[in-house]
Design a protein. Structure first.
Length: 244
C-alpha cells in the first residue's frame, strides 16, 4: 500500500469498532453515575475502553505509514488491549461466582478459571511475539503460526465461558429449589437463568466461530470471505458489553 492509498480512518471498519467501544464505555460511566460504583459495573467499562484502543491502534499499525518501530509498538499494544477486551468479559461471571460459591465448588471453579485464564494470556502473548516477528521479518510462515495460535485462544475463551455459565446456572437452580419464596415468585431467577443461558450461547458461539474463521485467515486484514465473517462476529463481541 503506497502512501497515497492510506484510507481515511472513518472509512475503515476499525474506526466503527473503536467507536462502538467508546460509546459503550461512555454508557457504562452513565450507568455508574446513576446506580453507583461497583466492581461488576467496571468490567464492561474496562472491556469497552480496551476495545476502543485496540481497534484504533490496529488501524495505526496496519494502514497508516510509520517507521518500523512505531508500527511494531502500535501492534504490540493493540494485542495487549485485545487481550483485555476478549478475556476481560469472563471476569463478570468470575466476580459473581467468587462471592456466591462455597467450599469444594469454589475451589474447583477458581482452579479451572485461573488455569484457563493462564492459558489464554500465554497464548495471546505468543500471538504478540510471533506477530511482532512477522512485522520485522515478513516471513509468511509466522503468520500461519499466528492463525493457529488464535484457534487455541478462542477455544479457551469459549470453554471458560461455558464453565462459568454452568456454575452460574447451578447456583440459580439450587437457590430456586431451596426457597419457597423464590419458587412462588420466580420471575427474577427465571430472568437471571435465561440471561445467563443467552450469555453462554452468545459468547461460546463467538469464541467457536472465531476459532473456525481464523483457521482460514493469513492476515489481520479481512481480505477473504472467512475474514469478513470473522470481522462480523468480532463486531458482535465489541457490542456485547452493552448487554452486561
Amino acid at each position: 500500500m503506497s502512501a497515497g492509498d492510506t484510507p481515511f480512518y472513518f472509512e475503515s471498519s476499525w474506526s466503527i469498532l473503536s467507536t462502538i467501544g467508546l460509546v459503550n464505555s461512555l454508557c457504562g460511566f452513565m450507568v455508574v453515575g446513576i446506580t453507583g460504583y461497583s466492581a461488576l459495573a467496571l468490567v464492561p467499562i474496562v472491556v469497552s475502553v480496551a476495545a476502543a484502543l485496540a481497534n484504533g491502534l490496529c488501524f495505526y499499525a496496519l494502514y497508516e505509514h510509520h517507521d518500523r518501530t512505531a508500527t511494531l509498538v502500535g501492534g504490540i499494544f493493540a494485542d495487549i488491549f485485545w487481550l483485555i477486551q476478549e478475556a476481560g468479559l469472563s471476569f463478570y461471571s468470575y466476580m459473581i461466582l467468587n462471592r456466591v460459591l462455597q467450599n469444594r465448588s469454589r475451589i474447583v471453579f477458581l482452579s479451572l478459571f485461573w488455569l484457563l485464564m493462564t492459558i489464554i494470556v500465554g497464548v495471546r502473548f505468543g500471538i504478540l511475539v510471533y506477530r511482532a516477528r512477522y512485522a520485522i521479518t515478513g516471513v509468511s510462515a509466522l503468520q500461519t503460526t499466528v492463525a493457529q495460535l488464535h484457534i487455541g485462544y478462542f477455544v479457551a475463551i469459549a470453554v471458560i465461558e461455558i464453565i462459568s455459565a454452568g456454575f452460574l446456572l447451578r447456583v440459580f437452580t439450587k437457590a430456586k429449589k431451596g426457597s419457597k419464596e423464590v419458587t412462588s415468585r420466580g420471575g427474577l431467577f427465571q430472568y437471571l437463568t435465561q440471561s445467563t443461558e443467552l450469555r453462554l450461547a452468545t459468547l461460546a458461539l463467538v469464541g467457536t466461530t472465531r476459532a473456525i474463521t481464523y483457521s482460514f485467515q493469513r492476515s489481520v486484514v479481512a481480505s477473504s470471505n472467512t475474514g469478513q465473517v470473522d470481522r462480523f462476529v468480532f463486531t458482535l463481541e465489541c457490542m456485547f458489553p452493552i448487554v452486561m
